[in-house]
Design a protein around this ligand. Structure first.
Ligand code: GTP
Ligand code: MG
Length: 313
C-alpha cells in the first residue's frame, strides 16, 4: 500500500518520492517491482540517450553540457551514470558530482550514480528500471553514461534510444584497441576535446574502422560531430544530430526493436536472478560428474526458482 501512494506521489512530481522510488529500484527491492508494474503503462515517452566511450573521454563533461542545452530548451533531464568498475568508481562518481554540480540545485535535473549491482538482476536491469521510472514520472530526456570498456557497459549503452560514442583525438592507435563492440553501437560519434590536435586523423580512423566492420551502416555511416564539451561547443549540433537519428529510427520502426531488446534484457536478468549463483554452480558440477544430465539440471534450477518464489509470497 505504501507503494500505491509512492507511485501517486511520483506521478504528481514529488521529487523526494522519486528519489525513494529510485532507491527501491536500484537495489531491486520487491516493492520496487510493484511500483514499476504500477507505473509501467505510463512509460514510452521519454527519450533515452546513451553516452559511452573510453575512461576520461569527457563523457561526464559532455553529459553536463547536454543537460545544460536541454534545460535551456525547457526539457527535464534525468542523468544515470553507471560505473561498475568498483576499483575506480568512487573517484569517478566524485568527479561526476563535481562536473554535474551546476545542475544539482535544479529541480528539473535528476542525477543518480550507480556503481553497484542491485540485488535482483544486474546493472543493466537497474539502469533500465530507473530510466522507466523517470519516463513514467514524465521526464523528457534520460542520459545514460557508461564507460565503454566491458560488454556490460556496451550493452547498457545499446539499450538507449540513441547511442553517442565519445572519442578523443591524439591517442595514437588507441582506436584500434577500443573494443569493436563500442564502435558498433554508435549511432553518432562525438569527437570530444576537439581543441586538442589530431581531430582530422581520428575522424579518418573512425571512417576507416567503419568501412571495415560496419557493413550495415556503410550506407548510412554514423555521423561524426566535433565537440569541446568543456566549453560547451558543438553541443547543440550534436543533440540535433542525435534527435534526427532518433526520428529516423522511429520512422524505420527501429524504436520498437529497441524496446524489444530492452525487455529481453530485463527478462534475462530477472530470470537469472531467480536462481542463486551457488545453485547454478552446484548443478554444473553435478553435470560435469555425470550425476545428472544438463536438461535435468535446468529442470532442477527451474524447480528451485519456483519454490523460492513460493516462499517469498
Ligand atoms: N581539453 C579538453 N578537456 C576536456 C574536454 N572535455 C572534458 N575534458 C577534460 O577531460 C577530463 C575527463 O573528463 P570527464 O568528463 O570526467 O571524463 P569521463 O569520460 O566522464 O571520465 P570517466 O567517467 O572517469 O571515464 C576532465 O579533466 C575534463 O575537464 C574538452 O572538450 N577539452
Ligand atoms: Mg564520467
Amino acid at each position: 500500500m505504501v507503494t500505491g501512494s509512492l507511485s501517486e506521489r511520483v506521478l504528481a512530481g514529488d521529487l523526494r518520492a522519486l528519489a525513494r522510488a529510485a532507491s527501491l529500484l536500484e537495489y531491486g527491492r520487491d516493492n520496487g517491482r510493484e511500483l514499476l508494474s504500477e507505473l509501467f503503462d505510463r512509460t514510452g515517452r521519454a527519450i533515452t540517450i546513451g553516452i559511452t566511450g573510453p575512461p576520461g573521454a569527457g563523457k561526464s563533461t559532455l553529459v553536463s553540457a547536454l543537460t545544460g542545452t536541454l534545460r535551456a530548451n525547457g526539457k527535464t533531464v534525468g542523468v544515470l551514470a553507471v560505473d561498475p568498475s568498483s576499483a575506480f568508481s568512487r573517484g569517478a562518481i566524485l568527479g561526476d558530482r563535481i562536473r554535474m554540480q551546476e545542475h544539482h540545485a535544479d529541480p528539473g535535473v535528476f542525477i543518480r550514480s550507480m556503481a553497484t549491482r542491485g540485488q535482483m538482476g544486474g546493472l543493466a536491469a537497474a539502469t533500465l528500471d530507473l530510466a522507466l521510472l523517470l519516463d513514467a514520472a514524465g521526464w523528457d530526456v534520460v542520459l545514460i553514461e557508461t564507460v565503454g570498456v566491458g560488454q556490460d557497459e556496451i550493452d547498457i549503452a545499446r539499450l538507449a534510444d540513441v547511442t553517442v560514442v565519445v572519442l578523443v583525438p591524439g591517442q595514437g592507435d588507441d582506436i584500434q584497441a577500443i573494443k569493436a563492440g563500442v564502435m558498433e553501437v554508435a549511432d553518432v560519434f562525438a569527437i570530444n576535446k576537439a581543441d586538442l590536435p589530431g581531430v582530422e586523423g581520428l575522424e579518418q580512423e573512425i571512417r576507416f574502422v567503419q568501412s571495415l566492420s560496419d557493413k550495415n551502416r556503410s550506407v548510412f555511416p554514423a555521423p561524426i560531430r566535433r565537440v569541446i564539451a568543456k566549453e560547451g561547443q558543438g553541443i547543440e549540433e550534436l543533440l540535433k544530430t542525435a534527435l534526427a537519428i532518433l526520428e529516423k529510427k522511429g520512422r524505420a520502426g527501429d524504436r520498437a526493436d529497441i524496446w524489444t531488446a530492452r525487455i529481453r534484457e530485463l527478462f534475462r536478468d530477472r530470470l537469472l536472478s531467480l536462481v542463486p549463483e551457488s545453485a547454478i554452480a552446484e548443478q554444473s558440477i553435478r553435470v560435469s560428474r555425470r550425476e545428472i544430465d544438463p536438461f535435468a539440471a535446468v529442470e532442477n534450477l527451474i524447480r528451485l526458482a519456483l519454490s523460492e518464489k513460493g516462499e517469498q509470497s
